[in-house]
Design a protein around this ligand. Structure first.
Ligand code: PLP
Length: 295
């Protein structure tokens, strides 16, 4: 279902000025598919296969207004002949013009329901989920950001045997923690995985611990720029100069924050000399914007 639509991804080495001795290679998961891009491809793959195996032809999932997961799920659903429902955080959005992410999802046939932040918080409550499933008996329910056991199984496939051999440190952006959990599970013993959180707070440490018992990882929120989908003038400036210098597009919610953090740590000599760093470009370019204040 998924593998035949995957396009091959390339590795792009970043230009770094001496005296830096670490190397940074970007794994361009953004190239894997124009709509189901980056990590979302791996997160959705086994979920859709499981839905199909159960004979379900409808999916239901959750997301915020800037959720790449919502856009990717809507597209995948249409591609594979599923109906889709998206429960979106923010009742106030109901009466506003849809932003690019939500307009894209709707265009791909997703039915959007806007709920209050209080209602949205119930999305992980077992009783609520049971009621929801009763209400939507024919829908396969995928959690927020697509993170569940099947998503992590898919994300383990991001790291190849060569990736395990050729690099010492793996970096990725973190939202719900599914992608980094898969990378940690797939990482070799000599490797460390470093996550850059797009959200404020350290609850993600706890979330990721539920998915892996390994200890070779860290998550920092030092570069979250105030929180999810928030931006600072410094971030937007970094993003634009990085894109021009490296000829590599980023977006402001995840990958620009990660890259700004990584470049800062390199400047601070945070890593041992000659560390071979592999950075995941997790895609999300459909939501790229250089305008201030997304939230
Ligand atoms: C969703 C997303 C992430 C975060 O992935 P999680 O598995 O939720 O941590 C990172 N980068 C991009 C571009 C994304 O769209």
């Amino acid at each position: 279902m998924f593998d035949h639509i995957a396009q091959s991804v390339t590795y792009q080495k970043l230009k770094l000025d001496a005296p830096v001795t670490v190397t940074v290679t970007v794994k361009r998961l953004d190239q894997i598919h124009p709509q189901i891009s980056g990590n979302k491809f791996f997160k959705l793959k086994y979920n859709f296969l499981d839905a199909k195996r159960q004979g379900l032809k409808k999916v239901l999932t959750f997301g915020g207004a800037y959720s790449n997961h919502i856009a990717a799920t809507a597209y995948a659903a249409q591609l594979f002949g599923f109906e889709s429902v998206g429960i979106i955080r923010g009742e106030e959005l109901k009466d506003k013009a849809l932003n690019h992410t939500l307009a894209t999802a709707q265009q791909f046939g997703m039915q959007l329901y806007f709920v209050s932040r209080e209602q949205y918080r119930e999305k992980t409550d077992p009783v609520f989920l049971q009621q929801l499933q009763q209400h939507y008996p024919a829908h396969y329910i995928i959690p927020e950001g697509g993170t569940n056991t099947l998503a992590i199984q898919g994300c383990k496939e991001i790291l190849t045997a060569e990736d395990q051999q050729n690099y010492d440190l793996i970096c990725c952006a973190v939202g719900t923690g599914g992608t980094i959990s898969g990378l940690i599970e797939a990482s070799a013993e000599h490797q460390t995985v470093l996550g850059f959180s797009a959200l404020k707070g350290n609850f993600l440490q706890h979330d990721v611990q539920q998915w892996t018992s390994k200890k070779n990882w860290q998550i920092t929120d030092a570069y979250c720029c105030g929180g999810y989908a928030k931006t600072t003038p410094e971030l937007l400036k970094f993003m634009q100069s990085f894109e021009a210098e490296q000829n590599l597009a980023l977006e402001q919610v995840y990958t620009a924050k990660m890259m700004m953090g990584l470049m800062d740590l390199i400047q601070q000599n945070h890593f041992s000399p000659d560390t071979r760093i592999l950075v995941m470009h997790t895609g999300g370019l459909q939501g790229r914007s250089t305008e201030q204040d997304q939230s």
